[in-house]
Design a protein around this ligand. Structure first.
Ligand code: ADP
Ligand code: MG
Length: 731
C-alpha cells in the first residue's frame, strides 16, 4: 500500500469521529455510579430488611433466602427499567480471560400463552441461570451430553446496566459443583485469606474482625488508527503484529513517556472516563507509556473482587469507546517487536476492618511488628510458590513480553528496597531477646518503630522487579495486560492464606511451649527471613547475570509456557489449594487442560496467519518487485551491453538478495506447516502444546527475519502492509 493509500485509510476511519460522544457539562459526582445498583440505589428501591440481608450475605457469606432474592430482583428490575433496560444477563467469567453473557428479555406471558405480556424478573432468575457449560472451556469436566452449568449471583459485586441490559455479576459452576470460572475460586481465596489474616491480626489487635484483600490495577494499552488496523490481518486475527521491521524512530528518544497526550487520544481518554464513572470505576491516573502509542490508566484501588470486575468492565468499555474515536485498542502483551509490551501491574495489599493497612508501616511498635509479620509472610508465600506465581500470569502472549528487554524476566523475585531490607537483616542477626526489648518510649529496638519516617523520605523503586514492595503494598508487575487479574489474585491470596495459617500454627506452638507472644513471633519471623532469602533480589532483573544467579538460588527459571503450567499440579500447589479450599486437584488438572488447549490454539492461529501473510502478501509483492528489477536489468543489458557491470550490477545483486529471502521464507513456511500437521495429530493437550512450543513456534522468528529484510528492500508503494512507522505514530 502506498503512503497515499495509507493516508486515505486513516482519513476514512477518521470521518467516523462524528460519532464521538461529548462529555456532559455536569461534574463527575453528579453522574458517578449512575448505572450501578449500589448502596444509594438499593436504599431507594429496597426495604431496610432486604438491604440488611444483602449486607449480611456479603459480609458473612450467608445465603440469601428465596423470598429476599425476590425482593431484590423486583427492586433491581424497577431500577434497571428506569434506566431503559429491557433485558438482563448473568455476567460471568469463564476460563477464556473475557466475560460472557447471554441476554434474556424481561418479558413473560401475562396469563399463560396469549396476547399480552408483562415485564417481570423473579428472585429465581436473579439468583441462578443455566447457560450451556459445554460451550465454554472446562478441561473435560463437562462433556456435551451433560452440559448443565449454573451461574449464581455474587452479591458482593453490584449489578449494572449497559445500554438496554441489566448485568448481574455471577460465578459459574458445573452441575456437580466443580468451579468453571475465575470468580468462584477468587471468592474462595479471598475468604480464606480473610480468615487466616484475621487470626494473625488477633495477636496484635483483638478488634480486628475482618481482613480485606485490595487490588489496584494499572492497565497498559496501545491505540492505533482503525483504518490501518483493518489492513493488518495479523492485528485483526491475533492482536499482535507477526511481521514488521522496526521503525527508524521508536522509543529510543524516550520522548513519549509522560509526554503530552496527543489531542485525539486525550479525547478518547475523557470519553472513556465519562463512561467508566457512570459505572463507579474510579479512574484516577492516565498517562503516556514508554512505547510510542502506548498509554496507561489506573483507578483508585478497591476490594479485590470488585476491582477485578471493574477491570474487566473497563476493558470492554475501552474497546467500545476506542471505536468511537476511530482507534482500535490493543491489549495484547506484545503487539510490536522491539518496543515495550503492555502489562497490568497488580498492586496488592491487605487491610483490616479497623482501617489498618497491613503493608503500611504503623505508628506504634505493635503496628510495626504486625507490618513486618505480614511483609515477611508475603515473602515466604511468594518464595515457596514462585513457580505457581509465574504460572498464574503465564500465557502465550505474555511469554513474548516477559524476558524481552523491557519487562520482568520469567523468574519471580521480590524487591523490598533498602529500608525494609535493612530492618529484616537486622532482625535476622539479632538475638530474639534483643529484638523485643522496648526502650522507655515503648519503641521496639531494631529501628522498626522508625520505618514510617524513613520510608517517607525514601521511596526507592525497582522497575525491573516482578514483585516489588512500594511503600504500602506489593506490586505484582508480571501480570499481562489482556489477563483477568483473578488468576494472579487467586494464586497470591491463596498462597498468603496458606502461609499465614502455617505461621500461626508455629507461633502458637512456641507460645504453648512457654514463649511470650512477641518472642514467639520474632523467632518464627527470624527463621522465615532466613528461609525466604533466595526470593529477595534488589538488583537488575533484566540482566543476564540474574538468570544465572536465580538458577543457583533454586528459583523456577522455566521459560516454556506448557511446562510452566505444571506448577499448578505440583505437590506443593495441590496441597496449597486443598488446604485453603480454593480448588480441588481435579479442578486444577481440568484448568491445565484448558490452558494447554488455549496455548495451542493461539500459536496455531498465529502460525496460520503468518503463513497466509507470507504466501498472499510478502511473496507475491516481493516477486513483483523482483520482476520489475529483472525487466530493468534485461533492458540495460540490451541497450548498454558493454557497460552492464556498472549500470546493472546493483539491481542484479538485489534480484539475488530477494531470491534468497523468498526461498528462505517459502522453505520455512512449508516446514512450519509440516510441523503443524504433526502436532495436530497429537491427542493429549499437554503434548500438543509442547509440540507447538518446541516445533512450531521457533519458525516465527526465522520467517519474520527474512520478511523484515524484504520490507527494507521492496518498493514502499507496493508493500501491502502498513509499517511500524505508520502504525506506531498517531496522526
Ligand atoms: P505507579 O505507576 O507509580 O506504580 P499508579 O498511580 O499508576 O502508580 O498506580 C498505583 C496503583 O496502586 C493505583 O491503582 C492505586 O490505587 C493502587 N494502590 C495504592 N495504594 C494501594 C494499596 N494499599 N493497596 C492496593 N493498591 C494500592
Ligand atoms: Mg505501578
Amino acid at each position: 500500500m502506498s503512503s497515499v493509500l495509507r493516508f486515505k485509510a486513516v482519513e476514512e476511519a477518521f470521518k467516523k469521529k462524528a460519532l464521538c460522544v461529548e462529555a456532559p457539562k455536569q461534574r463527575v459526582p453528579e453522574y458517578y455510579g449512575k448505572y450501578v445498583f449500589n448502596r444509594k440505589a438499593m436504599a431507594k428501591y429496597l426495604s431496610k430488611d432486604t438491604m440488611k440481608a444483602i449486607q449480611n450475605a456479603v459480609d458473612n457469606g450467608q445465603t440469601l433466602e428465596r423470598g429476599i432474592a425476590d425482593h431484590v430482583a423486583a427492586g433491581m428490575r424497577r431500577w434497571a427499567m428506569e434506566l431503559g433496560a429491557t433485558h438482563y444477563t448473568h455476567w460471568f467469567q469463564p476460563l477464556t480471560d473475557g466475560t460472557a453473557e447471554k441476554h434474556d428479555s424481561f418479558i413473560d406471558y401475562e396469563n399463560g400463552p396469549g396476547e399480552s405480556v408483562i415485564e417481570d424478573f423473579s428472585g429465581k432468575l436473579l439468583a441462578q441461570a443455566e447457560p450451556d457449560a459445554s460451550s465454554f472451556p472446562n478441561g473435560g469436566i463437562r462433556s456435551t451430553f451433560e452440559a448443565r452449568g449454573y451461574t449464581a449471583w455474587d452479591p458482593s459485586s453490584p449489578a449494572f446496566v449497559i445500554e438496554d441490559t441489566l448485568c448481574i455479576p455471577t460465578i459459574f459452576i458445573s452441575y456437580t459443583g466443580e468451579l468453571l470460572d475465575l470468580k468462584a475460586p477468587l471468592l474462595k481465596a479471598l475468604n480464606t485469606v480473610d480468615k487466616a489474616a484475621t487470626a494473625v491480626c488477633q495477636y496484635f489487635d483483638p478488634n480486628v474482625k475482618k481482613v480485606y484483600s485490595y487490588l489496584g490495577w494499572e492497565q497498559e494499552y496501545f491505540l492505533i488508527d482503525e483504518g490501518l488496523y483493518a489492513t493488518r490481518p495479523d492485528l485483526l486475527l491475533t492482536g499482535r503484529t507477526l511481521l514488521g521491521h522496526e521503525s527508524a524512530k521508536n522509543q529510543q528518544l524516550e520522548d513519549h513517556y509522560f509526554g503530552a497526550v496527543p489531542s485525539r487520544v486525550a479525547a478518547f481518554m475523557k470519553d472513556l472516563e465519562f463512561e467508566a464513572y457512570k459505572y463507579a470505576i474510579p479512574l484516577k491516573t492516565r498517562h503516556n507509556e514508554v512505547a510510542p502509542n502506548q498509554f496507561e490508566l489506573a483507578p483508585i484501588f478497591g476490594e479485590t473482587n470488585l476491582s477485578v470486575d471493574q477491570n474487566l468492565l473497563v476493558m470492554s468499555l475501552m474497546r467500545k469507546v476506542a471505536r468511537r474515536h476511530s482507534f482500535r485498542v490493543l491489549m495484547h502483551e506484545k503487539p510490536f517487536a522491539g518496543v515495550n509490551g503492555s502489562g497490568k501491574h497488580n498492586n496488592w495489599s491487605l487491610g483490616t476492618n479497623t482501617g489498618v493497612g497491613l503493608f503500611t508501616p504503623g505508628k506504634t511498635p505493635q503496628e510495626n511488628l504486625q507490618f513486618i509479620t505480614f511483609v515477611v509472610n508475603s515473602l515466604m508465600a511468594v518464595y515457596k510458590n514462585n513457580a505457581l506465581m509465574k504460572a498464574s500470569i503465564m500465557t502465550a502472549q505474555n511469554a513474548h513480553r516477559l524476558g524481552a528487554n523491557e519487562a520482568p524476566p520469567a523468574i519471580v523475585s521480590a524487591f523490598l528496597g533498602t529500608q525494609i531490607s535493612a530492618v529484616l537483616d537486622k532482625l535476622e542477626n539479632s538475638t530474639s531477646d534483643e529484638a523485643i526489648v522496648m526502650d522507655d518510649k515503648k519503641r521496639l529496638s531494631l529501628g522498626i518503630a522508625h520505618i514510617p519516617e524513613v520510608l517517607l523520605d525514601n521511596t526507592d523503586r525497582n522497575r525491573t522487579s516482578p514483585f516489588a514492595f512500594t511503600g504500602n503494598r506489593f506490586e505484582f508487575r508480571a501480570v499481562g495486560s489482556s489477563a483477568n487479574c483473578s488468576s494472579a489474585m487467586i494464586a497470591l491470596n491463596a498462597a498468603m492464606a496458606a502461609q499465614l495459617i502455617e505461621f500461626k500454627t508455629s507461633v502458637d506452638a512456641k507460645i504453648a511451649a512457654g514463649a511470650t507472644k512477641d518472642k514467639a513471633i520474632f523467632e518464627v519471623l527470624k527463621e522465615y527471613i532466613k528461609i525466604s532469602k533466595p526470593i529477595r533480589f534488589d538488583g537488575n532483573g533484566y540482566s543476564e547475570e540474574w538468570k544465572i544467579e536465580a538458577h543457583k538460588r533454586g528459583l523456577d527459571c522455566e521459560t516454556s509456557v506448557p511446562e510452566i503450567y505444571k506448577a499448578y499440579t505440583s505437590k506443593q500447589s495441590v496441597e496449597l489449594f486443598a488446604k485453603t479450599g480454593v480448588l480441588t486437584e481435579k479442578e486444577l488438572h481440568a484448568r491445565n487442560e484448558v490452558k494447554w488447549e488455549t496455548y495451542t490454539k493461539k500459536i496455531q492461529i498465529e502460525a496460520r496467519v503468518l503463513g497466509d501473510l507470507c504466501l498472499n502478501h510478502i511473496i507475491p509483492v516481493a516477486t513483483r518487485y523482483q520482476s520489475l528489477l529483472l525487466d530493468n536489468v534485461s533492458k540495460i543489458k540490451k541497450i548498454y551491453p558493454e557497460k552492464f557491470e556498472t549500470l546493472g550490477g546493483m539491481n542484479s545483486a538485489l534480484i539475488e538478495e530477494i531470491a534468497l529471502h523468498l526461498t528462505a521464507i517459502k522453505t520455512n513456511v512449508d516446514a512450519m506447516v509440516e510441523e503443524r500437521k504433526v502436532a495436530n495429530k497429537i491427542d493429549h493437550e499437554y503434548d500438543k502444546a509442547v509440540a507447538y512450543h518446541d516445533k512450531v513456534l521457533p519458525y516465527f522468528d526465522v520467517i519474520r527475519y527474512h520478511v523484515d529484510k524484504l520490507e527494507l528492500i521492496v518498493d514502499d508503494e507496493m508493500w501491502t502492509l502498513p509499517k511500524y512507522r505508520e502504525l506506531l505514530f498517531i496522526r
